[in-house]
Design a protein around this ligand. Structure first.
Ligand code: GAL
Length: 424
């Protein structure tokens, strides 16, 4: 009887331990893993693909018994890749690890669907909490569990330009939207496209910059927690600015990828483009020199604001070759991996201990701004709105791009905030 009681107690303790282990599994270090590691991303353009390849070199050196399989799917901002990933996940066929944005994209999608595992033990083993920014951890955590390994910080609100085109047309870099409109009129009159834009996600990227530049950081942040009224007059003004900015973009935008739009600036066919700082990686991959062949500035009205996003990697539930996936995550979170990747990718490290001397002039300015600016999150790249909300905004944007009905657009945006639950 006594021994039965002890036995039951042992079983209960065992079950409890198993339950704990399930909630927070202890990932292996990946040190002895073999086989293939399939890493899924959308890094296929110049700069981003090169950055991934540089991190792969670190991985191959550290884990010679593992085979890195690059499963990147082309399409900026993950528009195609995320659809392919969703199909694979519903078929029970996850890659070993995939790229996901810190913030609502991660928490509202993959964590909500129970598709990824907590990585707290990996953080402890690698001492990552001491070297990752405090602002980032809450965006990749839920209920005390940390769900991804951020490999970088990107800035979304950057306006890139061709200095020779500006000089030739007597245009200086605008710091407000009104200044931009004056410059754009002059450029247009001279037969230059003022602002290069690509397919629809790049117009959402433009929209978030115009919202930030028109509303300011506090009111922009308030769009995502219900404290700024989407139906209010200041949003109307911001959307009017957006509509006017659109009138200065290339007419073939819907057929161009982000890097093809950036190429218009390189070629001198356009003066400006608004794109995240992966454009720096793209320009440098073409052999261009920052500060000479291309210039940059915060998008109009956003000086002092850092509209950020972060690419991170996850460990799927039922990962194929989970030890191999952990090996990849270990490299992605390491200083060596990040120092190889980010200077080429056109991003700054998510770690706080990378050597700034490895980075080009633009990225050094980003490192400085990241530590002093007011930080807000990107919509297009997964930080502030979950997938459902973002999809509703995207549908409204698509209609607006087609019909230009600003009142209908604003009302659809207000409805999207209500249906998301953020605005009651
Ligand atoms: C973003 C991603 C960047 C870059 C960009 C263009 O969503 O965070 O790393 O890849 O898309 O593809």
């Amino acid at each position: 009887m006594k021994s039965l009681k002890w036995f039951s107690l042992l079983v209960i303790v065992g079950l409890l331990l198993a339950a704990c282990a399930q909630a927070t599994p202890a990932p292996a270090t990946g040190g002895t893993a073999t086989g293939e590691v399939e890493v899924f991303s959308w890094w296929t353009a110049g700069g981003e693909a090169d950055g991934l390849a540089a991190m792969q070199v670190v991985f191959d050196e550290k884990y010679p018994d593992l085979t890195f399989v690059n499963a990147a799917v082309a399409g900026g901002a993950g528009t195609n890749a995320r659809a392919v990933l969703a199909t694979r996940l519903s078929a029970g066929d996850p890659p070993s690890s995939w790229q996901g944005h810190a913030g609502q994209e991660l928490i509202g999608t993959y964590v909500a669907a129970g598709q990824i595992q907590p990585l707290n033990d990996l953080y402890e083993q690698n001492g990552w909490l001491a070297v990752m920014p405090e602002t980032l951890i809450p965006l990749i955590s839920q209920d005390g569990n940390i769900y991804s390994v951020p490999v970088n910080i990107h800035r979304a609100n950057v306006m890139w330009y061709n200095p020779a085109v500006l000089d030739a047309n007597g245009v200086t870099v605008p710091t407000t939207w009104d200044e931009f409109f004056t410059a754009a009129e002059a450029l247009k009159a001279a037969g230059v496209t003022p602002l290069a834009m690509g397919e629809q996600w790049t117009s959402m990227h433009l929209l978030e910059s115009v919202l930030l530049g028109s509303l300011g950081a506090d009111a922009y942040a308030g769009l995502w927690d219900g404290t700024t009224d989407w139906a209010g007059a200041e949003v109307t003004t911001a959307l009017e600015n957006f509509q006017r900015v659109l009138s200065f973009t290339n007419s073939d935008s819907s057929t161009l990828s982000w890097d093809q739009a950036a190429q218009l600036v390189v070629d001198g066919d356009a003066a400006f483009t608004i794109m995240g700082d992966w454009a720096d990686g793209f320009f440098v991959s073409l052999g261009l020199t920052p500060g000479t062949d291309f210039g940059w500035a915060p998008t109009p009205g956003t000086d002092g604001f850092y509209q950020f996003l972060s690419d991170s990697f996850v460990l799927p539930v039922n990962a194929k070759n989970s030890d191999g996936a952990v090996a990849w995550l270990t490299v992605a979170g390491s200083r060596e991996g990040q120092e190889a990747f980010n200077p080429i990718k056109g991003s700054i490290c998510s770690r706080t201990d990378c050597d700034p001397a490895l980075f080009d002039e633009y990225l050094q300015s980003a490192i400085a701004d990241w530590s002093t600016d007011t930080v807000v999150g990107s919509l297009t790249h997964g930080v502030v709105a979950n997938d459902a909300w973002k999809a509703e905004i995207d549908t409204a944007l698509g209609l607006f791009l087609a019909d230009g009905d600003l009142a209908a657009f604003q009302s659809a945006l207000a409805t999207a905030c209500s249906s998301s639950g953020a605005c009651q």
